[in-house]
Design a protein around this ligand. Structure first.
Ligand code: GCO
Ligand code: MG
Length: 405
């Protein structure tokens, strides 16, 4: 037992890419020893900051840094009601920072604490897009040219709504404004896009992925997954919303397209059955959304027992700290599947020195103790967060029905 304690828990809000990020920094009683953790829930970042500052800070400051599991359990139980996105993200910030600290105290990268490397680097996938099949093809070719072999293809925004209004959606007079999309049109357009991309690029040189983003009804999702089978996707993501996961049993019985699910999950009850029944192939949780590295390493082990592989969520609203933390888990588990990666901007590299290096489609850790990444608080102040509209989340069906995006 060390005598190192949590001296100060700080919440740093920064948006170097214009995406609001939440990072928790724990300063310890040991001069110069600190850790960082991701707590990013970009749509409610102020709520997460409040949860950390008003509740976890008084609860945990002064505690030993040693007992990460006990701190996780104590924090999770201290609000009585639990397993929601705000509180889980707050706990993740502390949890991930404590693993960073433990690595630094052991003078080891965190992957060593998790059992050492199963691989030298994590294969990553990038996001190709465009408003037409030809534009998507060009985007895929650009990423292939940079050495990526796994590429997600989306035509237009999620649900296929294209910025330039290429879709004309008939809606009732007086319908409220919003991000309208037509599920049936989205399915037809996306199939056309993939037929084009596969026709031009073939099957041997690139693995293609797609994110349905919960935009279809269950039976549409079943039909879409079947229609996509000839495309040979690496995986089809979020075919169903969390509220309809029972339909995965139907997809599994009828479709060979690999299924990925999980970025919206907060609670173990959402994934336990899916994994135990082998209804999905890749678990896609947003690691800070389930409470950090401590629950994620347990989830990876559960998945291993049932042949499910990891594909942690890695969008622009996972901070570089969160990307570095999950990279260490990517390296240390035998059932790693793929790691989503949306790039690091120059500004992010400035705010987060030590961003993992990506070469030829692989993400590499550096050999520094902990995660090997830090946060420059002065630089973070240069990119303040702001309350944003997130217009794409105001999704509506053609008849004006509001739906989850
Ligand atoms: C993905 C996700 C993201 C989410 C975003 C929400 O697969 O990367 O679907 O694009 O939409 O993280 O804020
Ligand atoms: Mg997604």
């Amino acid at each position: 037992m060390s005598n190192v304690t949590i001296r100060e828990i700080k919440t740093i809000l920064t948006a170097p890419r214009g995406i609001d990020l939440v990072v928790v920094k724990i300063e310890t009683s040991e001069p110069g020893l600190h850790g960082v953790g991701c707590a990013t829930f970009t749509q409610r970042f102020t709520a997460v900051a409040t949860a950390v500052n008003d509740y976890l800070k008084p609860l945990l400051e002064g505690r030993s840094v040693d007992n990460i599991e006990d701190i996780w359990q104590s924090a999770a139980g201290n609000s009585y009601w639990r397993n929601g996105p705000v509180l889980n993200n707050a706990i993740s910030g502390v949890d991930q920072a404590l693993w960073d600290i433990k690595g630094k105290m052991a003078n080891m990268p965190v992957y060593e604490l998790l059992g050492g490397k199963c691989r030298e680097a994590a294969a990553v996938y990038r996001h190709a897009g465009g408003a037409s099949p030809e534009e998507v093809e060009e985007s895929v070719r650009r990423y292939m040219g940079e050495g990526y072999r796994y590429i997600r293809c989306q035509m237009g925004a999620y649900g296929g709504q294209t910025e330039n209004g290429a879709q004309t959606i008939a809606s009732p007079d007086g319908s409220l404004p919003g991000a309208y999309y037509d599920p049936a049109q989205y399915m037809r357009d996306t199939l056309r896009m993939f037929d084009h991309v596969r026709g031009k690029l073939g099957f041997d040189s690139v693995e293609l992925l797609h994110d349905v983003h919960e935009r279809l009804s269950p039976v549409q999702a079943l039909r879409f997954a079947k229609e996509l089978e000839p495309i040979g996707l690496f995986f089809l993501e979020d075919a169903l919303p969390p509220e309809q996961v029972e339909w995965f049993a139907d997809l599994r019985r009828q479709v060979a397209t690999p299924l990925a699910m999980g970025e919206l999950f907060n609670h173990p009850l959402e994934w336990k059955n899916l994994i135990a029944q082998r209804l999905i192939d890749y678990i896609r949780v947003h690691v800070s959304q389930i409470g950090g590295l401590t629950p994620a390493k347990k989830l990876a082990a559960l998945c291993e027992a049932f042949g499910v592989r990891t594909a942690w969520h890695g969008p622009g609203d996972t901070s570089p700290v969160g990307m570095a933390a999950q990279l260490h888990l990517d390296l240390a588990v035998p059932n790693f599947g793929i790691q989503e990666f949306s790039g690091f901007s120059d500004e992010e590299r400035e705010v987060f020195p030590g961003c993992p290096e990506v070469r030829n489609g692989f993400m590499y850790p550096n050999a520094s103790p902990g995660y090997g990444i830090d946060l420059d608080e002065a630089k973070a102040k240069l990119y303040p967060c702001a309350l944003r509209e997130h217009g794409w989340l105001k999704a509506r069906l053609p008849d004006g029905t509001a739906v989850r995006a």
